[in-house]
Write a protein that binds this ligand. Structure first.
Ligand SMILES: CSCCC(=O)C(=O)COP(=O)(O)O
Ligand SMILES: [Zn+2]
Length: 212
């Protein structure tokens, strides 16, 4: 631990490497257009490593990862954290077991978020891939993923997410006309959840296209 910093700088470098590798892959898949999307990992019980606001996610370097506390305030840096930092830190604050939060803006996620916004959720039912979500052992149970109205007021959005978390177990949600938030215990689990959301949303869009 560096005495000048309130977190472990070596662990931060390690997390930054894991974040950068994964974010570049998601960027090259076309899920982070036009500097959109943001990503974080838990650094310790009070801090998270998160992407700096407005950076091109396909070309990230260590300089594009910074530290915030769980109130979303920058720590030991003048850099500006993601505009959506609060949506990450609320999860770390509430669930000690969450280690990684991923937010992307793929075409499928964005279109689905608009189509399903009127009913306030997307229902996944009878898909084997529902078992990709931690704790789901069957395709049999319906799974409702919330869709929240978009807003630039992160406090308001975070409050709606808190309400939903009070009512149901969830590994992610959509924001209308915006994209998806997914999380997990670590990067591999959060990636698995994010990829499952992408695939299942694409299935739902295809079913609608086919009139099913
Ligand atoms: C140009 S995308 C608009 C903001 C957004 O939705 C996003 O995911 C990226 O914001 P950030 O501040 O994290 O770069
Ligand atoms: Zn966004």
């Amino acid at each position: 631990m560096n005495d000048a910093l309130p977190y472990d700088a070596q662990r931060l470098r390690h997390l930054a490497g894991e974040l950068i590798t994964n974010i570049r892959e998601l960027g090259h898949a076309g899920w982070t257009p036009a500097t959109s999307s943001n990503f974080s990992m838990r650094l310790d019980e009070r801090h998270a490593a998160i992407t700096v606001s407005g950076r091109n996610k396909t070309r990230l370097t260590e300089a594009d990862i910074m530290v915030v506390d769980f109130d979303g305030q920058p720590v030991a840096t003048e850099l500006r954290p993601s505009a959506e930092t609060l949506l990450h830190t609320q999860l770390y604050k509430r669930f000690p077991e969450i280690g990684c939060v991923l937010h992307t803006h793929s075409l499928v996620q964005t279109v689905a978020s608009r189509l399903f916004a009127p009913q306030g959720h997307v229902r996944f039912e009878d898909y084997e891939l529902q078992k990709a979500f931690a704790g789901n052992t069957t395709h049999d149970a319906a799974m409702d993923v919330p869709v929240f109205a978009n807003t630039q007021d992160m406090q308001e959005l975070a409050a709606k997410v808190e309400d939903a978390l009070d009512r149901q177990c969830m590994w992610g949600y959509l924001i209308e006309g915006h994209g998806v938030y997914a999380w997990g215990r670590d990067m591999p689990e959060a990636r698995r959840h994010l990829e499952a959301f992408e695939f299942l949303l694409a299935c739902e869009l295809k079913m609608m296209e086919l009139g099913k």
